[in-house]
Design a protein around this ligand. Sequence first.
Ligand code: ZN
Length: 181
Amino acid sequence: MFLTRRIQHCQQCGTAVEYRVPPDDNRDRAVCPSCGHIHYVNPLNVVGTLPVWGEQVLLCRRNIEPRYGFWTLPAGFMELGETTEEGARRETDEEAGARIELQGLYTVLNVVGAGQVHLYYRARLLDTDFAPGPETIEAQLFHEHEIPWDQLAFSTVRKTLRHYFADRKTECFGVHCSDIV
Ligand code: ZN
């Protein structure tokens, strides 16, 4: 994803860009040779939740690429005009049709190779009447021993679930920050 975000044409005038270090800068940017516009591409935030119902957690089976058919926590790209909490709640509604109460930030995971930062909130499910949206094949509750570890869509989902089941033994849920290499 890092490379697919490479800019080809100027977003102001459509001219093919050149990659070079602008004056007073320290890294390559897409610079327009025609109008001089400099494009700054920065990491994207992915926001999501870890919805819990008693001993079970909610996973969604992806109906879209990448990782079609694999299981994930409800999450997606943050939109302009919303907070991280609003984004996490929206994604949970869109992908699982689940009603939740957010319980606080849980994992902050740097996925440097993909140019992303993933933020997951713990959440309490208010009921089990799920209504998955078009991006989800099915939404299902899993006990720890039922988690399809080898069919999880993303390493950030695996890491967040690992932290959760470890922390649950002590009922002590801090914020976990780490890097996905
Ligand atoms: Zn231009």
